[in-house]
Design a protein around this ligand. Structure first.
Ligand SMILES: Cc1cc2nc3c(=O)[nH]c(=O)nc-3n(C[C@H](O)[C@H](O)[C@H](O)COP(=O)(O)OP(=O)(O)OC[C@H]3O[C@@H](n4cnc5c(N)ncnc54)[C@H](O)[C@@H]3O)c2cc1C
Length: 398
């Protein structure tokens, strides 16, 4: 075991594994530390991603969608939609972990990072603690990929920036993995401010007989909200289904941090707030940001300069690739948060019988083809009115 690692990655989710893969591929000595006893989600878990996703994501497809059912509070729409697929998150993590190992990277499980080792404001490594065991581990660069879900997440935010997520944008979620669901090739999304204020609920098909159903919203108790949602909605495909696993946590919807690196440290994925506010999508951003982080970290180490200034190359690259996505997502999210139920009903009414606009709305909600879907929608006068002045301004600006 090296006495000093090049790159220490805290967190073995998608962002951390992508960072470890990229840094180890670039020749860095990489150690990934995961707090739990396993990588990946606790059981199978499905993520809805664009069918344009890269090859890695395509290797983990669980279900290709044919349609998406949108449930506004008092109206429903079934949208013919083949641009989305449900991927098995655990499978993606397995593929990434195998590549980390192949490149010579090390993965330690049951290794919770308790704090960062700081010297004169520079991050020099991490302190891990589990049971009676504790250790300081030193490295040239630390990558915070601890996500945003739990109490031990977000080391960069809490210890370097000395902040927390803004409460008004902090959603809470619970998601069940369910067995004995009937098979359908559609995903369902529910907007209902009573059960999911500022958020939504969903049902996604996974592989045969499996489905995931979840809810996220502001100021909710997610466990009670999910049970109430399932009880009230009586979703047909879940009539005989039962949950066999649950995962809960928090999901910041405020958009990315204004700064994602410091001296000796970079943050990627949920820990950097790289989550699309409108729907909470983040898998693609985590993968890509992890990849950039790994490369920038190893280049900086090779040049002997791991200062914040040098590492800010990462910040520039990811913002130029998709910083605008988060900006658009946040403005639309804020606009639709006011009188949300009325707006979702009004949108469903305008979209009724207009398949092109329906697909553009689903794209916009999921963050796919964002700029073009928003422009398509804004050409319609009624939709422009529903979205409001701030959204229109955003598109008139450039
Ligand atoms: C309920 C839900 C549904 C979602 N659905 C979708 C979807 O359909 N499509 C989509 O694109 N995105 C979706 N997302 C978003 C997407 O899953 C996240 O953006 C993505 O998981 C972020 O990956 P990450 O690696 O940054 O964080 P995480 O996946 O949260 O991984 C963080 C890892 O770090 C570990 N960790 C935490 N603290 C420490 C510590 N102190 N020391 C060591 N390890 C630590 C955790 O155990 C975990 O393994 C969803 C998110 C949620 C919460």
């Amino acid at each position: 075991m090296p006495e000093r690692w090049d790159v220490i990655v805290a967190g073995g989710g998608t962002a951390g594994l992508a960072a470890a893969r990229s840094a180890s591929k670039e020749g860095g000595k990489v150690l990934l530390l995961e707090l739990r006893a396993h990588l990946g989600p606790p059981a199978h878990s499905g993520s809805l991603v664009s069918s344009d996703a890269g090859i890695l994501v395509k290797r983990a497809v669980a279900q290709r969608l044919r349609e998406i059912k949108l449930h506004a509070p008092h109206r429903e729409l079934t949208v013919d939609y083949d641009r989305g697929m449900i991927v098995d998150l655990g499978r993606i993590d397995e593929i990434l972990a195998a590549e980390v190992a192949e490149n010579g990277g090390e993965i330690w499980l049951n290794a919770p990072v308790k704090s960062l080792l700081m010297e004169d404001g520079v991050v020099r490594g991490v302190h891990i603690e589990a049971g009676g065991w504790s250790e300081n581990i030193r490295g040239e660069v630390v990558v915070d990929a601890t996500g945003a879900r739990g109490d031990m997440s977000c080391l960069f935010l809490s210890e370097v920036l000395r902040k927390g997520w803004k409460r008004e944008f902090l959603a809470f979620y619970n998601e069940y993995l369910m067995v004995n669901a009937s098979d359908e090739k559609s995903a369902e999304v529910f907007f209902d401010s009573y059960l999911a204020p500022g958020g939504h609920a969903w049902v996604y098909p996974l592989t045969k007989g499996l489905a995931v159903s979840g809810i996220c919203g502001l100021r909710i108790h997610p466990d009670a909200a999910l049970d109430e949602f399932l009880g009230r909605r009586e979703i047909k495909r879940l009539t005989r289904a039962v949950p066999i696993a649950a995962s809960r946590g928090q999901l910041p919807l405020e958009g990315p941090l204004s700064q994602t690196c410091g001296d000796g440290i970079l943050a990627a994925g949920g820990a950097a707030g790289q989550i699309y506010p409108l729907s909470g999508q983040g898998l693609q951003y985590s993968l890509r940001c992890g990849e950039i982080v790994g490369r920038v970290a190893v280049d900086a180490i090779t040049e002997g300069d791991v200062s914040k200034e040098r590492l800010s190359e990462y910040d520039r690259v990811w913002r130029s690739e998709f910083g605008r996505d988060f900006e658009i997502g946040k403005v639309i999210y804020s606009s639709l948060s006011v009188s949300r139920d009325q707006k979702m009903d009004a949108l469903a009414a305008v979209l009724d019988g207009r398949p092109g606009l329906q697909r553009a709305f689903v794209d916009l909600f999921l963050g796919f083809n964002l700029a073009s879907s928003a422009r398509t929608l804004l050409k319609d006068e009624e939709i422009s009115k529903i979205f409001g002045g701030e959204v229109i301004k955003l598109f008139n600006r450039r």
